[in-house]
Design a protein. Structure first.
Length: 329
């Protein structure tokens, strides 16, 4: 069932995120159909922008890994070899160096175009996966387009399905949830913008190549709690290590990311996103694992807002339960 619901859930979330853009265009006298199409183009543009950033990072770092790997192995031999000899462990470093270099050379190409070509060829070997991915993409775009056009009509139909005696309660919960998610989306956009500038400037001052792409990518990954910042920090340390080797540049990257985490965690997120969405760290990790297992990458991406919505419903359910005569007695 997860495979069936994932495209529809993804389309609904994306339509909800792009609806403010659609409403803004409609307010400027743009026809609803054209406004929905323009909003979708903007959303797809942002998605391709993130993909281009990631490809740019690969283009810069993978050739460096290939060229510097023999030197790494030689430095490791100089440091680790005497210790292994003391333990009477004999390692054929020449064979190891040749084998590892050969393997890396076979799997890493010199530029991003060749890398994407080899990856694309590998994907094409599985025809069913390509067809399923294409069908899901078309389905998501189709459903998202009609949701943007018929948003009010769709929810009017949903409202008619709710019993009249419960419509006021459902409307109250829906408005509460909408306010929560709107606050989350607006706040995250501002936080991402500020942190993009912060990380880009900080990495540029250190001298890391591709600092702007790496900074923007790290800021975008903030939407995935814990995992996103860990990925950005890993890529930044790898970039500094490849360019400057072990030394002050690594310390500079750690300082920039430490200050960034402090700024984002203690000032920006509490003030701009608000503590209303705040979940316990254990609950956040559980949500990441659960939704990631059910819905894949989009599940991880949407775990936090979906958990916030679930929290609203759980609080309401607990309120009704704790006030019931059965519980009181």
């Amino acid at each position: 069932m997860a495979e069936i619901f994932t495209p529809f859930l993804t389309a609904f979330i994306l339509a909800y995120a792009l609806r403010p853009v659609c409403l803004w265009l409609e307010g400027r006298k743009v026809p609803r159909t054209a406004a929905a199409a323009i909003a979708m183009i903007i959303g797809l543009g942002l998605a391709f922008f993130v993909l281009a950033l990631f490809i740019g990072l690969l283009k810069n770092e993978l050739p460096l890994i290939k060229s510097q790997l023999p030197g790494w192995i030689q430095n490791t031999q100089a440091w680790l070899g005497p210790k292994l000899n003391e333990l009477h462990i004999d390692v054929d470093w020449g064979t190891l160096k040749a084998s590892v270099t050969q393997k890396i050379t076979e799997h890493i190409n010199d530029n991003a175009n060749e890398l994407m070509s080899s990856t694309f060829d590998t994907v094409l070997m599985s025809g069913s996966s390509v067809i399923a991915g294409f069908v899901n993409t078309v389905l998501i775009l189709f459903v998202m387009f009609y949701l943007l056009i018929d948003w009010d009509h769709f929810f009017a139909l949903v409202k008619n399905l709710v019993p009249v005696r419960a419509q006021e309660t459902v409307h109250h919960l829906a408005m509460h949830t909408d306010g929560l998610l709107s606050q989350y989306l607006r706040g995250m956009l501002i936080v991402i913008s500020i942190m993009s500038i912060f990380y880009s400037v900080g990495l540029s001052l250190i001298g890391v190549k591709g600092a702007v792409a790496l900074g923007v990518f790290t800021a975008l990954m903030i939407v995935i709690p814990y995992v996103g910042i860990a990925l950005g920090l890993t890529l930044a340390i790898l970039s500094a290590l490849l360019q400057f080797g072990p030394g002050s540049a690594i310390i500079g990257v750690l300082v920039v990311y430490g200050l960034g985490q402090f700024l984002e965690g203690f000032f920006l997120t509490p003030r701009l996103v608000g503590e209303r969405i705040g979940l316990h760290p254990v609950a956040v990790l559980f949500a990441l694992l659960l939704f990631g297992k059910l819905f894949g990458f989009f599940g991880v991406l949407l775990a936090l807002p979906i958990s916030a919505v679930s929290l609203v419903l759980m609080k309401y359910t607990w309120s009704r339960y704790s006030q019931s005569a059965w519980y009181q007695k």
